[in-house]
Ligand binder design. Structure first.
Ligand code: AMP
Length: 189
């Protein structure tokens, strides 16, 4: 049974790796970004609330995001383990996740950090905008905003997880297979 987070800047390949790793471990992958995008597409109430933040590359307000994750983690399919992709993204969300997990009576096992440099990330995000048509990947200002948010909000959160000895760092540069092999090695699977 594994309960883990995958963290890294946008474009570091965490979505792709989250799917591969969760399949390999037989656990549920939960991507808050995917949930927001599906709701925006489906024009649900949640989608309408989240759209302006997602389009601008800003974080959706913590209250909305925390509620969404708390609800999703309470489903039966998350009981045997999960891999959270894209959440938490700041220290407030991390503190809320701690509370959610303690209410569920479970602990976090590992935080997997994918690393990559900014130039490579910007290239990847532009490529993804062309191939997947993600509006938030297309605009340079939005790309810069998201990378900036990662440095200012998410980095301090990762540092806190480091002090708790939960972080395993993996180099995110290279092919999908290469990075995946590094991750499985780091996780001893
Ligand atoms: P992602 O696919 O993880 O890059 O997420 C795409 C967008 O969804 C982000 O740029 C945010 O606008 C929003 N989002 C995803 N996860 C979160 C989160 N944990 N907190 C706030 N906003 C989020």
């Amino acid at each position: 049974m594994t309960r883990m987070l995958i963290v890294g800047p946008q474009g570091s390949g965490k979505g792709t790796q989250a799917k591969l790793v969760s399949e390999k471990l037989g656990i549920l992958a939960i991507s808050t970004g995917d949930i927001f995008r599906a709701n925006i597409k489906g024009e649900t109430e949640l989608g309408q609330e989240a759209k302006k933040f997602v389009d601008a590359g800003d974080l959706v307000p913590d209250s909305l995001t925390n509620r969404l994750v708390e609800d999703r983690l309470s489903w039966d399919d998350a009981a045997d383990g999960f891999l959270l992709d894209g959440y938490p993204r700041n220290r407030t969300q991390a503190a809320t996740l701690d509370e959610i997990l303690s209410r569920l009576g479970v602990d976090l096992d590992v935080v997997l950090e994918l690393t990559a440099d900014t130039d490579e990330l910007t290239q990847r995000l532009k490529h993804r905008a062309e191939t997947e048509g993600r509006a938030d990947d297309a605009d340079e200002t939005v790309i810069r905003r998201r990378l900036e948010l990662f440095e200012n909000e998410t980095r301090p959160m990762i540092d806190e997880y480091k002090t708790r000895d939960l972080v395993k760092q993996v180099n995110g540069l290279g092919s999908v297979d290469e990075v995946n092999a590094r991750i499985l090695k780091a996780l001893n699977v």
